[in-house]
Write a protein that binds this ligand. Structure first.
Ligand SMILES: [Zn+2]
Length: 97
Protein backbone atom coordinates (compact mmCIF):
# COMPACT_ATOMS: atom_id res chain seq x y z
CA UNK A 1 0.00 0.00 0.00
CA UNK A 2 1.52 3.32 -1.02
CA UNK A 3 2.03 5.99 1.58
CA UNK A 4 -0.13 9.05 1.38
CA UNK A 5 1.24 12.33 0.09
CA UNK A 6 0.93 13.65 3.61
CA UNK A 7 3.51 11.17 4.85
CA UNK A 8 5.82 12.08 2.01
CA UNK A 9 5.38 15.76 2.76
CA UNK A 10 6.66 15.08 6.27
CA UNK A 11 9.55 13.09 4.83
CA UNK A 12 10.39 15.96 2.48
CA UNK A 13 10.65 18.30 5.45
CA UNK A 14 12.81 15.77 7.27
CA UNK A 15 14.97 15.41 4.17
CA UNK A 16 15.61 19.15 4.16
CA UNK A 17 16.46 18.98 7.85
CA UNK A 18 18.78 16.02 7.11
CA UNK A 19 16.85 13.85 9.53
CA UNK A 20 16.12 10.95 7.17
CA UNK A 21 17.92 7.62 7.25
CA UNK A 22 19.36 6.48 3.91
CA UNK A 23 16.59 3.89 3.67
CA UNK A 24 13.91 6.54 4.10
CA UNK A 25 15.68 8.78 1.61
CA UNK A 26 15.64 5.99 -0.97
CA UNK A 27 11.99 5.40 -0.27
CA UNK A 28 11.21 9.08 -0.75
CA UNK A 29 13.33 9.38 -3.89
CA UNK A 30 11.55 6.40 -5.42
CA UNK A 31 8.22 8.07 -4.77
CA UNK A 32 9.45 11.42 -6.08
CA UNK A 33 10.34 9.88 -9.45
CA UNK A 34 6.70 8.99 -10.05
CA UNK A 35 4.96 11.82 -8.27
CA UNK A 36 4.91 15.32 -9.71
CA UNK A 37 2.95 16.57 -6.70
CA UNK A 38 5.67 15.60 -4.25
CA UNK A 39 8.41 16.86 -6.60
CA UNK A 40 6.70 20.24 -6.56
CA UNK A 41 6.35 19.99 -2.79
CA UNK A 42 10.08 19.35 -2.46
CA UNK A 43 10.88 22.41 -4.58
CA UNK A 44 8.50 24.53 -2.51
CA UNK A 45 9.96 23.36 0.78
CA UNK A 46 13.51 23.91 -0.50
CA UNK A 47 12.72 27.44 -1.64
CA UNK A 48 10.90 28.24 1.60
CA UNK A 49 13.66 26.81 3.78
CA UNK A 50 16.34 28.71 1.86
CA UNK A 51 14.39 31.94 2.25
CA UNK A 52 13.88 31.41 5.98
CA UNK A 53 17.54 30.49 6.53
CA UNK A 54 18.62 33.63 4.73
CA UNK A 55 16.32 35.68 6.94
CA UNK A 56 17.50 34.20 10.23
CA UNK A 57 19.99 31.45 10.93
CA UNK A 58 17.87 29.80 13.59
CA UNK A 59 14.22 29.23 12.87
CA UNK A 60 13.01 28.18 16.27
CA UNK A 61 14.31 28.66 19.77
CA UNK A 62 12.65 26.80 22.62
CA UNK A 63 10.71 29.33 24.73
CA UNK A 64 12.48 28.46 27.98
CA UNK A 65 15.90 28.86 26.35
CA UNK A 66 14.82 32.18 24.89
CA UNK A 67 13.73 33.24 28.37
CA UNK A 68 17.06 32.22 29.89
CA UNK A 69 19.03 34.04 27.20
CA UNK A 70 17.00 37.20 27.65
CA UNK A 71 17.43 37.06 31.42
CA UNK A 72 21.15 36.51 31.02
CA UNK A 73 21.47 39.33 28.52
CA UNK A 74 19.56 41.74 30.75
CA UNK A 75 21.74 40.81 33.73
CA UNK A 76 24.87 41.15 31.63
CA UNK A 77 23.83 44.52 30.27
CA UNK A 78 23.05 45.85 33.78
CA UNK A 79 26.39 44.63 35.09
CA UNK A 80 28.20 46.01 32.07
CA UNK A 81 26.52 49.42 32.35
CA UNK A 82 27.32 49.55 36.07
CA UNK A 83 31.02 48.84 35.57
CA UNK A 84 31.24 51.38 32.75
CA UNK A 85 29.85 54.01 35.08
CA UNK A 86 32.34 53.02 37.75
CA UNK A 87 35.23 53.33 35.32
CA UNK A 88 34.14 56.70 34.00
CA UNK A 89 33.89 57.95 37.60
CA UNK A 90 31.01 60.24 36.75
CA UNK A 91 27.81 58.40 37.46
CA UNK A 92 28.60 57.15 40.95
CA UNK A 93 28.55 59.73 43.72
CA UNK A 94 28.92 58.43 47.22
CA UNK A 95 27.44 60.58 49.99
CA UNK A 96 30.29 62.28 51.87
CA UNK A 97 28.70 62.85 55.25
ZN1 LIG B 1 3.44 12.10 -3.76
Amino acid sequence: MPKSHHNYNIMIQLLIDKELTSKERDDLNTHLKDCAICQQQLEDVKAFTAAVRRAKPRIETPPDLRERVLTYMTAYRLKHTESEQMESGEAVHLPCD
